[in-house]
Design a protein around this ligand. Structure first.
Ligand code: FES
Length: 184
């Protein structure tokens, strides 16, 4: 045998087998790493916007119901200090709560006494279920479920599932023949 074959004992066909096996091993490792990464991200995921949570361990006391008159609102943080939300009382006396994040480009929405308004591009959301009724936003605001507990205190208790299209129609046209602007 030639001297160089002692140093490189793999022939051409063997070399091909080696590289295929190594490539398959490489693919398996990449796939395993990718799967592990996805699993890690899934485990650490934050609640999706509007996803139901049911986690009452994060309930937050906001204010007493008697302190909030029709047309008034309070700001509060729900899941963490960055999770800015708004609690409001409608002209009909109902309590509603939404995240302050506009679904267009994320500016903070504010309550104008009738609708939720985003000042960045003049987007408006109706108050019943947070559907967009004017301007660039196309998706509803993320709602927060409320409870009134002992002492008349209002608590934010969970995220509300995104309402569906029939609910959107009902919110835009509540049955009194008066629809709240164009839905997108
Ligand atoms: S960010 Fe709210 S309308 Fe554009």
């Amino acid at each position: 045998m030639a001297h160089w074959k002692d140093d490189f004992p793999v022939d051409i066909s063997g070399e091909s087998r080696h590289s295929r096996r190594e490539f398959a091993r490489f693919l398996a490792l990449v796939s395993a790493g990718f799967t592990a990464g996805i699993g890690y991200l899934w485990a650490r995921r934050k609640p999706l916007e509007g996803a139901p949570s049911g986690d009452s361990g994060t309930a937050v006391a906001i204010c007493k119901a008697a302190e909030l008159q029709p047309g008034q609102c309070r700001l509060f943080a729900f899941r963490d200090a960055q999770d800015k939300c708004i609690l409001l009382r409608t002209s009909r006396g109902e309590l509603k709560s939404y995240r302050q994040v506009c679904t267009h480009l994320g500016c903070a929405v504010r309550w104008d006494g009738a609708r939720l308004e985003c000042p960045c591009h003049l987007g408006f959301f109706e108050v019943e279920q947070g559907f967009p009724v004017q301007g660039p936003p196309t998706r509803p605001l993320s709602g927060i479920a409320l409870e009134i507990r002992e002492g008349g205190m209002i608590w934010a208790v969970a995220d509300i599932s995104k309402p569906n299209a029939p609910a959107r129609m009902a919110a835009a046209c509540p049955g009194d023949g008066h629809c709240q602007g164009e839905t997108v």
